[in-house]
Design a protein. Sequence first.
Length: 182
Amino acid sequence: MATEDDIRQEMLVTIPHLRAFAISLSGSVEKADDLVQGALLRGLENLDKFLPGSNMQAWLLTILRNLFHTQYRKRKREVEDPDGVMAGKLAVMPEQGSHLDFKDMQSALAKISLEQREALLLVAAEGVSYEEAAQICDTNVGTIKSRVNRARTRLAELLKVGGGEDLGPDRLVKAALFLQSP
């Protein structure tokens, strides 16, 4: 019966064979050493899965090969960018801006009259027609249209929105995105 020390000694004997195989796979001594180390670590972690009496070298070579292919697949999806040029061209809208805009909108909505807020939310947020909103609010269609118009105007004042150019990303974000464009 082989002891755990015997099995570990058997692992050490395979290192030159593992290293030669890793060099032939990777083409680099540094990468080969990393592969051998990774294979040995996985072998030690899974020592309970090794069948005593079977071929330790074959088992570790299989682990090394699988590790190499896993790393190869990962590298295929990665883009070499040592100078950071590709990363520098990436631009993403900041997420916190929309959250702050939403908080501002909630605050502004709380400052308009209940009737105007109700009409605006029914028509603009819920997509209810003016006629349906008039029925829901038990009032005339003209009154609903007036409330929605006044609510929009008051919200624009409260949010300091002048025109369409004020909607969306602010000038600083637009400038940053413009600079990042190819």
